[in-house]
Design a protein around this ligand. Structure first.
Ligand SMILES: NC(=O)c1ccc[n+]([C@@H]2O[C@H](COP(=O)([O-])OP(=O)(O)OC[C@H]3O[C@@H](n4cnc5c(N)ncnc54)[C@H](O)[C@@H]3O)[C@@H](O)[C@H]2O)c1
Length: 271
């Protein structure tokens, strides 16, 4: 997709952070927007900020498979076509494998993995029918490396990456008119850490402070990078200098990256 003008773009989790900034950046390039979230007030603020753009907002819980399929049908009906789907809605959990509850593990997988998988599969027929489609799935740098206390998030984000990379190849092999990108943001200054669940022995305040210190990229900058990546049809969109660094370490060291992360975690996560 070389030009976003007049394209219909779907953004989940658009009531905050990267999703909101992406909706605004896509609107600036001429997209018509279908935005959704579980957070009604956040979503209303996004819609306000989109004044002058053709936009429709939807209440959508991406952990609800049937609701996603109904949403895809509703957007196709409301706009007459769908060109771009950004499966962005996500949550975080900080808890060790030993300590996390099944309920928290499932919560993360249902939103961060199944939300993306169902979002992709529900919209795919509409994207193919449009003749010019693009799936953008938001993984993380934690979809590239494993990190202590992030096993559930790692599992979801690695799964998003595998699923998305396989889909990209399938679309090419089948000559389908759908591009596919997987996005790996580094630390982005959003609400994600505040909304995160924590294991019961975690120091939530210290973790949130640590995140604020490490998150080096604004959501607006992240959105610009993602939009450029879409226009260049990048298979892997790295967002922020930390993402580039982590990807390089992973590529150069292979599994030997792990002692480096251990050293970092001993200082910062096991305090
Ligand atoms: N902020 C970061 O440092 C960072 C880094 C890597 C990846 N990401 C990913 O970026 C995406 C966006 O996160 P963000 O940083 O903008 O966080 P955020 O908390 O600011 O925004 C996430 C949005 O998703 C919504 N959401 C949560 N559960 C939902 C559900 N079940 N259904 C629909 N919407 C739901 C929230 O209400 C919120 O509006 C997530 O997938 C996240 O994992 C973020």
């Amino acid at each position: 997709m070389k030009d976003l003008n007049n394209k219909v773009a779907v953004v989940t989790g658009a009531g905050s952070g990267i999703g909101r900034a992406l909706a605004l950046a896509l609107a600036k390039r001429g997209c018509r927007l279908a935005v959704s979230d579980v957070n009604e007030s956040g979503l209303a603020e996004t819609v306000d900020a989109l004044k002058g753009t053709e936009v429709k907002s939807y209440h959508l819980d991406v952990s609800d498979r049937d609701a996603i399929y109904a949403h895809a049908a509703a957007v196709a009906k409301d706009f007459g076509q769908v060109n771009l789907v950004v499966n962005n809605a996500g949550v975080a959990l900080s808890a060790s494998v030993r300590e996390m509850t099944d309920e928290d593990f499932k919560w993360v997988m249902d939103i961060d993995f199944w939300g993306v998988a169902h979002g992709t599969r529900a919209f795919l027929p509409h994207l193919i029918a449009s003749g010019e489609g693009h799936v953008v799935n938001i993984s993380s740098v934690f979809g590239l490396i494993g990190v202590p206390k992030q096993s559930a998030y790692n599992a979801a984000k690695f799964a998003v990456r595998g699923f998305t990379e396989a889909l990209r190849q399938e679309m090419k092999l089948e000559n389908q008119p759908v591009a596919v990108s997987c996005v790996h943001p580094g630390g982005i200054r959003t609400n994600i850490a505040n909304a995160a669940r924590m294991g019961k022995s975690e120091n939530a305040a210290a973790q949130r402070k640590g995140f604020d210190k490490l998150a080096m990229t604004t959501p607006e900058k992240a959105a610009e990078i993602i939009v450029k990546g879409i226009l260049r049809d990048e298979s892997r969109i790295l967002v922020g200098p930390d993402a580039w660094g982590i990807e390089a370490i992973n590529r150069l060291l292979g599994a030997a990256y792990q002692p480096l992360v251990e050293r970092f975690s001993r200082k910062n996560l096991y305090v």
